[in-house]
Design a protein around this ligand. Sequence first.
Ligand code: ME8
Length: 490
Amino acid sequence: MKFSVTTAIDYPNGAPHLGHAYEKIVTDSYARWYRLLGNEVFFLTGADENGQKLVKSAEASGLSTKEFVDKNVAVFKDLCAKLNISYDDFIRTSEERHIKATHEIWKILEDKGDIYFSSYQGHYCLNCEAYYTDLQAPDKKCPEHHTPLELVEEEGYFLKTSQHQAWVINHIKSNPTFVMPDLSRNEIISRLESEPMRDLSITRPNKGWGIPVPGKPDFVIYTWFDALINYYTASTVRGFWPNTMHVIGRDILWFHAVIWPIMLHAAKIALPSQVYVHGMVLAADGKKMSKSLNNGVDPFDVIKEVPVDSFRYYLLRAIPSNSNGAFVMEDLLKRHQSELGNDYGNLLMRVVKLSMKRISGEITPENIKVAFNFEPLIADMKELMLKREHHRTLERLWQEVNMVNLYINDQKPWSVKEDDRLFKEIIYNGLYGIDVISQLLSAFLPETGAKALASLGRKPSVLDITHGNYTLVDPPVLFPRIEPKTDPTV
Ligand code: ME8
């Protein structure tokens, strides 16, 4: 299957925060999972550079907008590298390829009569780069940021979104996996059914930043209109549109589940297959992370304290895939110690070491009575990933880690003194368990999977559960004991 998976493209108006790290890790795991199963995957991420708020933040920093954006994008890319994010393309919306594609879609919609000139009055949040209706913000405060909305009155160009309201409701209702999970699907249906849509204002006065409207240099294209097009720009040339899963946070659901499908539908372009909405990572106190509350966590600080895979594991397993969850450093350290270090790391260490001590580093499956069948595990994991429940997928995998541990504890290979055949059988089964588990784990914890497989003489590739030979080498300590040194709360 050819399949593409995307993150939202981030606003580079500061350093990346924990929410950005979370979304990239989640998306990366889906990309790696589908690659592991032998699919051809295109993983896209990038930066959203045309918003007016970037101009404002750049002014405050003393840099030109271009310098400011370039500097921050480099930090986002550095974070991706440190987190082992296996993206195939990083699109920046200041790039020529994106500007060209945006102009093409603008022209298609204009030629079809879907764009018209008019004036508008509405309440705007610069942080969201979005208008809010009276129903959404009766107190004229942004429901996301709780800051006063600005009354904006402008002339400009509009997209006839309102005429597609019934169509989009029908599309979401008749495609149950188009918006996942159900909580988000229901939220969007209820919003769509609660008030008539207004046409979308898709330009701003040109103040020197953004993509100019073709043939109308006094205007730039509204940042959300151009930003959404990034997915199509980058995926199409690689032959990956439209079998696409968009991974986004709740705060930008409306744009992905309503505006984007309408833009595509109006332009007669095929729709992506899914919008999967993850929850928000909250501060340890359960509140939204914010500079003013001083409760934010810097992902760079966390990975100075713990192995990157402990960070990935914690975010993937401890934060439910379908709701918000708090980031608690002590919980991360606990899981690092017990689930990763004791359950998984020690299993690898003791089976490989014991084998290397008693028999040669080469071990083959001849005359072995097989102890494990991993087919049901793989079927369960596939189903859970399809339901976009990655936290439960890891939970399920850990049942198997525990089962292999139990097998080794019950069989006590260290006390099988005389019988070399039995010793070899127990060890082989243990290694086979570690092999399959590590292959499956490599989708979520790529560094760990690769290191564990290397100590069995194998390389991560497409999932292969046939019984083969193992050439053992000394395993590394994957999850060393950690005493918390500094407080990563910033
Ligand atoms: O919204 N926990 O960019 P962005 C989890 N440029 N996810 C979070 C989060 C948190 N605490 N905070 C933010 C934008 N996110 C637009 C997207 S796409 C065409 C344009 C998620 O930098 C957020 O929900 O504000 C979004 O999916 C992503 O981070 C980028 O947010």
